[in-house]
Design a protein around this ligand. Structure first.
Ligand code: ADP
Ligand code: MG
Length: 244
């Protein structure tokens, strides 16, 4: 399998606050990597660095061979390779579901509108939302909005998709429908980096677990079941205890 995402010696600080310390990580095509760790340990910042939303103070990030440099002009090229879904959906309130979804493919990627609409409708159908295509975000539940946000990311055909606690703002009964959508994507071979506090989901979906604490990768393993049974480090043990 080829390497899609490569991070070497990533260093990120906000002023005097060092948030990511010498992070090294490679993600292969089709791999699902789940990042877990305590609140404030740098998970969101890490994903934002990968997506060029944050400048970095050291190290190199490449996506499919393309260097990620925040503020660079060819950020649009990067946006086509790496998609992101946020906890807060980030849908445009004044646009319908369909308009939200086809905006970037038609404006950024310059795809034909009818072709983008056709694919958007197919994807909406897959997540059970084809009847909502003309709704506005305010007319949808949180779980529906999040599935729309996932479809919007998918329509760009990214090589890698980043998910940052996408179920954290949802009512418990809606968490499941969003996680099911992500599990289906993972089974379909999508390359995904997922930050989540849903440990049962992490265990089910991950090919690899990365445990981050205070800006450090403390534990990283492909023995996912083993990690959840008996992590190697005390820090991970302590973290997992907070969920039991
Ligand atoms: P997590 O997602 O793991 O909860 P974050 O990546 O959001 O953690 O935050 C990691 C650290 O970076 C925290 O100390 C936070 O205060 C700091 N931080 C995050 N974003 C900013 C920012 N825009 N400016 C300054 N500090 C920030
Ligand atoms: Mg976060």
């Amino acid at each position: 399998m080829s390497e899609l995402l490569k991070v070497t010696h990533l260093h990120k600080e906000f002023g005097t606050n060092v948030v990511l310390k010498d992070i090294n990580l490679s993600v292969k095509k089709g791999e699902v990597v789940v990042i877990i760790g305590p609140s404030g340990c740098g998970k969101s910042t890490f994903l934002r660095c990968l997506n060029g939303l944050e400048d970095i103070q050291g190290g190199v990030i490449t996506v499919d061979g393309l260097p990620v440099e925040a503020g660079k002009r060819d950020i649009t090229k990067l946006r086509q390779k790496i998609g992101m879904v946020f906890q807060s959906y980030e849908l445009f309130p004044h646009m319908t579901v369909l308009e939200n979804i086809i905006l970037a493919p038609t404006k950024v990627q310059k795809r034909q509108k009818d072709e983008a609409v056709r694919e958007a409708l197919e994807l909406l159908d897959k997540v059970g939302l084809s009847d909502k295509k003309d709704y506005y975000p305010r007319q949808l539940s949180g779980g529906q909005k999040q599935r729309v946000a996932i479809v919007r990311a998918l329509l760009m055909h990214p090589e890698v998709i980043l998910f940052d606690e996408v179920t954290a703002a949802l009512d418990p009964e809606m968490v499941h429908e969003v996680l099911e959508t992500m599990i289906a994507l993972a089974k379909g071979g999508s390359t995904m980096l997922i930050v989540t506090h849903e440990m049962a989901f992490a265990k089910a979906v991950a090919d690899r677990i990365v445990f981050l604490d205070k800006g450090d990768i403390v534990e990283e393993t492909e023995d996912v079941a083993g990690f959840f049974n008996e992590p190697e480090t005390d820090r991970a043990k302590k973290f997992l205890k907070t969920f039991s």
